[in-house]
Design a protein around this ligand. Structure first.
Ligand SMILES: [Zn+2]
Length: 283
């Protein structure tokens, strides 16, 4: 029997044996009992087609599902000069990610630059729709996943990302529950009632199917009035992980849970263990 969620890390695990590299990281992920990984292409996409082929076969051989974290420097609300560069970063991540066997491309949607979210979405959504259409026309099956962001000044509330997904086929949210908890800055979004409400909204707008294929980022998090400060090990944070998992269980959710804690694979394994306790599922 397999679990409803795959568990893994964003970026190569700390314990990846030398000389490292993504294919060794994937083998290591499998060896410690995890089964997904997000390639951290966060500075730039600098990978050859040959390397992508090696990563893809490592994923298949080790039954490790692969996602890509696209470069940080993407902004759907960039000005006319910057936007083509942002777009290229996202499209490069999608092109090489697909070659590397990734099914999902995660990216930070950008900044409001002080604008009203509804107005910013009027700029962001057509741009993202253009990217999704180009991938579809090219036969590239990756899903683009705007991530929920940890600061209130950033494009990327859960509402923003759901709105993008409603309007564009091939787009679904990447739900970073640590970011959603940090974003309001007041310690909210950390209870069963709040998560239940959010997932009801998601189910209502994106359908039950969207809950079967949730892409989650998770860690502990430190925050202030403006939101996220830094990621923490879960045990050093106030995150009610057991409560969150009970909500995911009650919604019969499944997909991937990728750990972004500083102790990476250690917390990813803690997450897997907690999920098994809460859900009663056995590996
Ligand atoms: Zn991210």
């Amino acid at each position: 029997m397999s679990l409803s969620f795959r568990f893994g890390t964003v970026g190569s695990p700390i314990g990846t044996p030398k000389p490292g590299g993504s294919s060794n990281a994937i083998k290591f992920i499998h060896s410690i009992g995890l089964n997904c990984m997000e390639l951290g292409w966060v500075q730039s996409v600098r990978v050859s087609e040959e390397t992508c082929a090696v990563i893809k076969s490592a994923g298949i051989e080790n039954d490790v599902a692969i996602s890509v974290h696209a470069p940080y420097f993407i902004n759907l609300n960039a000005d006319e000069v910057e936007w083509p560069k942002s777009r290229k970063r996202l499209m490069d991540a999608a092109f090489y990610g697909n070659l590397a066997g990734a099914t999902d491309i995660i990216f930070h949607p950008g900044s409001y630059f002080g604008g009203v979210p509804a107005d910013v979405l009027k700029v962001a959504i057509p741009r993202l729709a253009g990217c999704a259409k180009e991938l579809l026309d090219a036969g590239n099956p990756v899903r683009l996943r705007p991530e929920t962001m940890g600061k209130s000044a950033m494009l990327g509330s859960l509402t923003d990302t759901i709105e993008m997904a409603v309007q564009i086929s091939g787009v679904l949210p990447c739900i970073d529950f640590a970011h959603l908890h940090a974003r309001p800055g007041d310690g909210s979004m950390n209870t069963i009632e709040e998560w239940t409400k959010e997932l009801e909204i998601m189910k209502g707008r994106l359908g039950e199917e969207s809950l079967k294929n949730v892409h989650i980022h998770l860690s502990g998090i430190e925050y202030g009035p403006k939101g996220e400060k830094n990621h923490l090990p879960v045990a050093e944070s106030d995150l009610n992980m057991g409560g969150l998992f009970s909500v995911l269980r009650d919604f019969k959710a499944g997909g991937r849970i990728l750990c972004e804690s500083p102790i990476m694979e250690e917390d990813a394994l803690n997450m897997k263990k907690t999920w098994m306790q809460v859900s009663g599922e056995v590996d």
